[in-house]
Design a protein around this ligand. Structure first.
Ligand SMILES: CSC[C@@H](O)[C@@H](O)C(=O)COP(=O)(O)O
Ligand SMILES: [Zn+2]
Length: 214
């Protein structure tokens, strides 16, 4: 069990970081119609036991209020006394943390990520070939190629969550849900945001290139 004093400080820091990222991503228009969710892990981690701060469900993520975030455990259950409901997609965060041990996960719905997930659904992954911003994932080889996995967008989130660990690729810090949105993660909020921005740039590039080829 973590020391409570440390826990409170860590919680406050995680909430403050989430607020800052939320405000920045909202300014890009990446939370249309209350969509999207953000989380940052706090404290010790084992795949069996961990805690993270996550956005409350159904909030307008372009607005900051005193009740935007709560702590949950590795099973997605509130880890503190609260009236807030964790994101409807908390179980996906749980499985990404469990599989990767990462420090932060950011999820957004954009038109470009939705379009490419449909365009490449038959392939079950979005190919990106030789674009400089792949280096945003710490992949430094020349003309690197990556594939971003796509999962089905079942209404029952637990059906998606069980698929997560088997599609995660070691060097690609993201998964797409079909016609839904991207989950991007990193060791901390700074890295997760860099990865998210790289994905979104690359998805727009891939979409526009496909159009130009036609
Ligand atoms: C209102 S559309 C978006 C939701 O269905 C969901 O996909 C989403 O990203 C936000 O859900 P939330 O429960 O607020 O975290
Ligand atoms: Zn979503």
């Amino acid at each position: 069990m973590m020391n409570n004093a440390v826990r409170l400080e860590e919680k406050q820091q995680a909430f403050a970081e989430l607020r800052e990222v939320k405000t920045t991503l909202a300014a890009k228009g990446w939370f249309p119609a209350t969509s999207g969710n953000l989380s940052i892990r706090v404290g010790d981690f084992t795949p069996e036991q961990f805690t993270f701060a996550i956005t409350a469900s159904g909030k307008d993520k372009s607005v900051n209020t005193p009740s935007d975030f709560l702590l949950v455990d590795g099973h997605g259950q509130p880890a503190e006394k609260t009236d807030l409901k964790p994101s409807a997609e908390t179980l996906i965060h749980c499985e990404i943390y469990r599989a990767t041990g990462c420090g932060a996960i950011f999820h957004v719905h954009t038109v470009f990520n939705n379009l490419v997930s449909e365009l490449f659904w038959d392939r079950k992954s979005i190919p990106v070939d030789g674009v400089e911003l792949i280096k945003g994932f710490n992949i430094w080889e020349e003309e690197a190629t990556i594939e971003v996995p796509i999962l089905p967008n079942y209404a029952d989130i637990s059906r998606i969550a069980v698929l997560v660990k088997d599609v995660i690729l070691p060097r690609v810090p993201g998964i797409m849900l079909r016609k839904h949105g991207i989950y991007a993660w990193g060791a901390n909020a700074f890295e997760a945001k860099r990865h998210l921005e790289a994905f979104e740039f690359l998805f727009e590039y891939v979409y526009r290139l496909e159009l130009l080829k036609k």
